[in-house]
Write a protein that binds this ligand. Structure first.
Ligand SMILES: [Zn+2]
Length: 80
């Protein structure tokens, strides 16, 4: 899923949008264009199971079976 999403920088607290590909990765690196700090978003808490999915349909494709539900602005974290 590719979408434009807003993020809030953990460092300067400004909000910026990026056009990102959301796949089944655990986290996303979203560098802040204002302060140039690296920011990390953990995607797992936003992953929701698709309730409409029929069992047995997720045949080998890990991108089927869940979808991301993001808030309007995703808070980011300092990279570890
Ligand atoms: Zn920043």
């Amino acid at each position: 899923m590719k979408k434009r999403q807003a993020f809030r920088c953990w460092n300067c607290l400004r909000i910026y949008t990026l056009f990102k590909e959301f796949t089944n990765q655990q986290e996303l690196i979203v560098p802040c264009p204002f302060c140039n700090k690296e920011a990390v978003v953990k995607l797992e808490p936003f992953r929701k199971e698709k309730k409409s999915l029929l069992r047995g349909e997720a045949d080998g494709d890990e991108t089927i079976g869940y979808e991301y539900q993001f808030p309007e602005v995703i808070p980011t974290q300092k990279p570890e």
